[in-house]
Design a protein around this ligand. Structure first.
Ligand SMILES: NC(=O)c1ccc[n+]([C@@H]2O[C@H](COP(=O)([O-])OP(=O)(O)OC[C@H]3O[C@@H](n4cnc5c(N)ncnc54)[C@H](O)[C@@H]3O)[C@@H](O)[C@H]2O)c1
Length: 250
């Protein structure tokens, strides 16, 4: 299968490309990434000469560039996004443009070329926050309740992705995953920042009063979940993905 991976130079996307080429060596991947501050081709250095991998620098909001690259593939796995909550408070408009409009531009091209599978990588932040003493956990029927501009833009993109299934029959799937950690993560994110702060003897910054449930998942476990959903799930379906092993309410 020839797959377009958007945002493949980012944290999860680069891990995913390594994972996919190791586990599905017969497939071909085109990595389409704008290389914003969050995109690092160094993360893909070891596979840059792999004949099953190629890189195209481009913007998912650029309909012409997207049309051209989507015309060459059978499936899309969509990671590209503005992903940092703190930045979405400082500069929210770029989140609306990239995460909502960019996703819709991709869906338009997927519709036009009859793409066989469109997987949208989303976040559990669309559901809001759980208090520390909560005995529930997010699931596929949890109502959307986003708070940050980042979460609201991802929530909007989820709705648009579903609308393209309901209205145009684009064969989409969605995963809403909790926080990831692992290799190639940008030092501005929580876990690497925590480690670098500790290394230089500084205090660790906790968000709010710290009294919220935080679920963490290793990035390769996230990639394995996307693999399963992408290949096996029914078109139109959504799955929550998380690291919590204790079954709290079901
Ligand atoms: N990091 C997490 O813990 C987490 C958890 C759940 C879901 N997600 C979702 O997974 C996806 C990837 O997250 P990440 O942490 O790897 O993000 P990231 O910020 O590390 O990477 C995003 C990538 O997208 C690229 N990009 C940004 N704007 C673009 C544009 N307009 N056109 C093309 N490429 C563009 C960047 O250059 C970068 O390579 C996002 O959709 C995010 O919402 C992340």
């Amino acid at each position: 299968m020839k797959i377009l991976v958007t945002g493949g130079a980012g944290f999860i996307g680069s891990n995913f490309i390594h994972y996919w080429l190791e586990n599905h060596p017969e497939d071909e991947i085109i990595n389409f990434d704008l290389l914003t501050y969050a995109g690092h081709l160094e993360s893909l250095q070891s596979i840059k000469d792999n004949p099953h991998y190629s890189f195209v620098q481009g913007d998912i909001t650029d309909a012409k560039a997207v049309d051209e690259v989507v015309s060459k593939v059978e499936a899309i796995i969509h990671f590209a996004a503005e992903s940092h909550v703190d930045r979405s408070i400082l500069d929210p408009l770029i989140f609306t443009k990239t995460n909502i409009m960019g996703t819709q531009v991709l869906l338009e091209a997927a519709k036009k070329y009859g793409i066989k599978k469109f997987h949208h990588v989303s976040t559990d932040e669309v559901f809001g926050a759980l208090p520390l003493d909560s005995d529930t956990k997010f699931n596929e029927t949890t109502p959307y309740n986003p708070h940050s501009p980042y979460a609201a833009s991802k929530a909007s993109s989820d709705h648009i992705v579903r609308a393209y299934f309901d209205t145009f029959n684009v064969p989409i799937t969605i995963t809403n995953c909790s926080n990831n950690f692992g290799p190639y993560q940008d030092p501005e994110k929580f876990m690497p920042r925590l480690i670098t702060n500790l290394l230089i003897g500084q205090k660790v910054k906790i968000y709010g009063d710290g009294k919220y449930v935080r679920d963490w998942l290793h990035v390769i476990d996230h990639c394995r979940a996307i693999d399963l959903v992408f290949l096996k799930a029914a078109p139109g379906s959504t799955y929550c993905v998380g690291g919590m092993t204790k079954d709290v309410n079901t």
